[in-house]
Design a protein around this ligand. Structure first.
Ligand code: ZN
Length: 357
């Protein structure tokens, strides 16, 4: 049992309060005393940051997409505290969670062994970053779409909104290009616990999952867990699987499920209540098992990854994850990224095999 329960109804959006300035670039949600979710208002790819204000210092979880947005984060954190940011935890190595690391030069940066390795080896040239930022990547597709919409739109309000989004994406892309990749100064193998004047902060490696080095940040007294993209959101469930370990993921999710939490702060989007999260974690485990078994069976039958992508039927999981387009509706000309990844793992060709974790 918790000392106190934090229900969704009790969550409040920060107003000016005792501080004169309002946050400019974030929705700030107070989750518990001195603990806040900073969710970027122009999120696009950008990730959440959990801000934990300790007696003498501040610890944050994830540093945002790029140095520019990290600087906006630092400015907005000043609206809730003037204490120094001394710890930055990276939930995993994906650029949208670590791109601001260089801005926190005086802080200790904590990440998994794998995250440390990736950020020491030019991770922006890797699969995730290239899928999103590279030629014909997600960002390119978005900006092309936005430009078309702006040109065709006659409503000035809508036009202005899209123009603002386009300007934000362009600016954050430019900032990513100028970024200095900054690896963690402290690498966590299995578990690290920080004690800060009455507050306990556990940093747990649950096993390979969304990447080979996701970390869970668990505050046992407050019943809060930050998951990064290890557990993303209620509707679309699954995020990017190009670096994932779908078979091991099922067991790693069990580690999360067994923590005594009331609130989940995911890598993107709003907080999730503990009860809803536990149901979704089970549903996610079922999804992963089904996905893995179907794909493995198609591979045994000699189907190509593209044929397997077209044949995969995940429609029964729509009950749990209504918004996920999922491989069940696969219409692409290239095979689905999850299928490619499972084929690669089954062939013993994991492109991260040489990296420590
Ligand atoms: Zn990620």
């Amino acid at each position: 049992m918790r000392m106190f329960a934090i229900g969704l109804a009790a969550l409040t959006t920060m107003s000016a309060g005792a501080h004169a300035a309002e946050p400019k670039s974030h929705h700030v949600q107070k989750i518990a005393k001195d603990i806040y979710l900073f969710e970027p208002t122009e999120a696009h790819i950008n990730s959440n940051t959990l801000v934990i204000v300790n007696q003498d210092d501040v610890l944050i979880v994830d540093s945002h997409n790029d140095p520019r947005s990290a600087k906006q984060l630092v400015a907005d954190i000043k609206t809730v505290t003037s204490k120094p940011i001394r710890y930055v935890i990276n939930t995993h190595f994906h650029f949208d969670h670590v791109g601001g690391n260089e801005v926190f030069g005086d802080a200790e940066i904590i990440g998994s062994v794998f995250t440390h390795h990736q950020l020491s080896h030019d991770s922006l040239k890797g699969r995730t970053a290239q899928t999103i930022l590279g030629p014909n990547g997600l960002i390119q597709q978005w900006t092309d779409g936005l430009k078309k919409s702006i040109a065709a739109e006659s409503d000035p309000t809508k036009k202005a909104k899209w123009q603002k989004s386009l300007a934000e994406i362009t600016a954050s892309n430019r900032s990513v290009a100028e970024e200095v990749e900054t690896p963690p100064t402290i690498a966590v193998k299995d578990k690290l616990t920080l004690y800060r004047a009455g507050r306990e902060i556990q940093v747990i490696f649950p096993g390979r999952a969304h990447t080979a080095g996701d970390l869970l940040i668990f505050l046992p007294k407050e019943g809060i867990v930050a998951t990064g993209d290890f557990f993303e959101n209620l509707k679309t469930c699954c995020g990017f699987w190009g670096d994932a370990y779908p078979a091991e993921y099922v067991q790693s999710l069990q580690v999360l499920k067994e923590l005594d939490f009331e609130t989940v702060v995911a890598g993107h989007g709003p907080t999730i209540s503990g009860d809803a999260a536990k149901l979704k974690i089970t549903a996610y485990q079922m999804y992963l098992l089904d996905l893995y078994e179907q794909v493995a069976s198609f591979k045994r039958q000699g189907l190509s990854a593209l044929e397997a992508s077209r044949k995969l039927d995940m429609s029964k999981h729509k009950v749990s994850f209504p918004d996920t387009p999922g491989p069940a509706e696969f219409r692409g000309e290239k095979p689905d990224e999850a299928v490619v990844r499972i084929y690669e793992l089954l062939d013993g060709k994991d492109y991260h095999a040489a990296a420590p974790y």
